[in-house]
Design a binder for this molecule. Structure first.
Ligand SMILES: *Cc1c(COP(=O)(O)O)cnc(C)c1O
Length: 487
């Protein structure tokens, strides 16, 4: 039975709101403001509530089950983050308020800058960038200005390993450099020979993700840093995978000069639906003056009677602003809350558990899935969604079939260097029971791929929409309301 649409439920004059009698004089509206036709459905409150509740149930979310989307770090978002970010003292402040009236906000931002710097071993942090990719662009722009300021204008190329996230080469191009691909070696590390061969006086730097998108810690990270520095380049760290490292290793001590954080991933803000993220950038001491600003500085230390006093300051050689106002403050509050709740021991535990969980699932499914780089993984891993004895089965079929078992599919077809890639990241917030059930579903699907391949080809069987034409959905995006009368 198909349910009536909200247009079929519509009835002229039906309303969901009641306005009190008007107590202000009536005024004519300028006719040019009014639309002659606005075919909105007329509904009662309960119809509207049911409509949106039904819609919300069609969506899968982290509050419903494991969201093993590799590279995205879809951890559970603690409710206290939401509560704190809605405190009136934060939520009701305005970005144009004079700084003396928002000292609490600045204190929070200052503390977060300090904590983030400490966590990765950097000297300074700017909270401005709006997301990871924006942090990358900021970081590579800093590299550009650093070389330019030294009159080193030959450096036009940036190196990027072939396992990198697509945003890395895109960032390089956007920042005006030429992207040069560096292959991975047989163990999934940066190929040192290829790296040496590519390094010369035209190299501005290398963008390294460590652990990389195969979920592997680059065993030669210090040599990689040495090679890049020796030829005069800088080492950029894509910090999206920080969830594997907190309290265990500091990228700044491994030779990385600049790194972005994905606060929405590592430090838990709901993301993935296009909502705001935050991609602060941390830098080593020799780059602090290049940070985008303004950043928060402590201008008076304070003592027993007086709290410290904070202000905004533009670093002296800053690349400028990369964002209006002060960054995504709501996400900044959530990251601050998350770090406060965990403390340093807690953050280390987060990373230890994230790595343990990924290795646990890997161990459970390893007999049924091909693991192209057979090593202990970090917080995620990549297997192949194809089998020699199951011709015609692709990673996409495995992903879609998982939906029939009520699990969100993992990332697929990324990284590009693994054929039919399935990239799995459970995060630290999943229980053993959930991971057991998830691995069991994956193992059943591997069997079905051989015994009943059409089960996979036709999946998902229960979803409201079966297989979308994803290319068409992306190219011909329809974002406006659906008005049947206009058709
Ligand atoms: C998520 C991710 C990015 C991009 O971050 P956004 O916040 O989505 O812009 C970059 N690199 C890696 C490895 C990632 O996982």
């Amino acid at each position: 039975m198909t349910e009536p649409t909200i247009y079929e439920l519509s009835s002229p004059g039906r309303k969901g709101v009641q306005f009190p009698e008007s107590d202000v004089p009536k005024t004519e509206l300028p006719q040019s403001f009014l639309r002659s036709k606005l075919p909105l459905p007329e509904l009662s409150e309960v119809d509207v509530i049911r409509h949106f509740t039904k819609l919300s149930k069609l969506n899968y979310s982290i509050d419903q089950g494991i969201y093993p989307l590799g590279s995205c770090t879809m951890k559970y978002n603690p409710r206290i983050n939401e509560e704190v970010s809605r405190f009136p003292g934060f939520a009701l402040t305005h970005p144009l308020q004079p700084v003396e009236t928002v000292q609490g906000n600045l204190a929070l931002m200052y503390q977060l800058q300090e904590w983030l710097a400490e966590i990765i071993g950097m000297k300074g942090v700017s909270l401005q960038p709006a997301a990871g990719a924006h942090g990358e662009f900021t970081g590579v722009s800093i590299i550009r200005k650093y070389h330019a300021d030294r009159g080193d204008l030959l450096r036009t190329r940036m190196l990027v390993p072939d396992s990198a996230h697509g945003t890395n080469p895109a960032t390089i191009s956007m920042a005006g450099f030429e992207a040069v691909n560096i292959p991975s070696d047989a163990r999934g590390n940066v190929d040192l020979e290829a790296l040496r061969a590519a390094c010369d006086e035209t190299v501005a730097g290398l963008m390294l993700t460590n652990p990389n998108t195969l979920g592997l810690f680059d065993e030669h990270v210090c040599e990689v840093a040495g090679i890049i520095h020796e030829c005069g380049g800088l080492l950029y760290g894509d910090g999206a995978n920080l969830n594997a490292l907190m309290g265990i290793a500091k990228p700044g001590e491994l030779g990385i000069d600049i790194m972005h954080y994905n606060l929405h991933k590592t430090f838990s803000t709901p993301h993935g639906g296009g909502g705001p993220g935050a991609g602060p950038v941390g830098v080593a001491d020799f780059l602090v003056d290049y940070l985008p600003g303004p950043i928060v500085v402590m201008v008076e230390e304070g003592d027993e009677e007086n709290p410290p006093y904070f202000d905004f300051q533009m670093p002296s050689k800053s690349i400028g602003r990369v964002k209006s106002f002060w960054g995504h403050f709501g996400v900044i509050i959530r990251a601050f809350t998350y770090i406060s709740m965990h403390g340093d021991e807690g953050l280390r535990k987060v990373s230890q558990m994230a790595v343990l969980n990924a290795n646990y699932i890997l161990a459970l499914i390893k007999d049924k899935y091909t693991l192209p780089y057979d090593r202990i993984c970090m917080h995620e891993f990549v297997v192949e969604g194809q089998w020699k004895d199951a011709p015609g089965i692709h990673a996409l079929d495995v992903a879609k079939r998982l939906m029939d078992y009520d699990f969100h599919p993992p990332t697929n077809y990324f990284p590009l260097i693994v054929p039919e890639a399935l990239m799995i990241e459970p995060t630290e917030t999943e229980s053993k029971q959930t991971m057991d059930a998830f691995a069991e579903a994956l193992n059943k699907i591997a069997d079905e791929a051989k015994s009943d391949p059409d089960l996979l080809h036709n999946a998902p069987h229960n979803a409201p929409i079966r297989r979308l034409d994803e290319v068409k959905a992306a190219r011909d995006l329809v974002m406006c309301c659906h008005f049947p009368e206009n058709e």
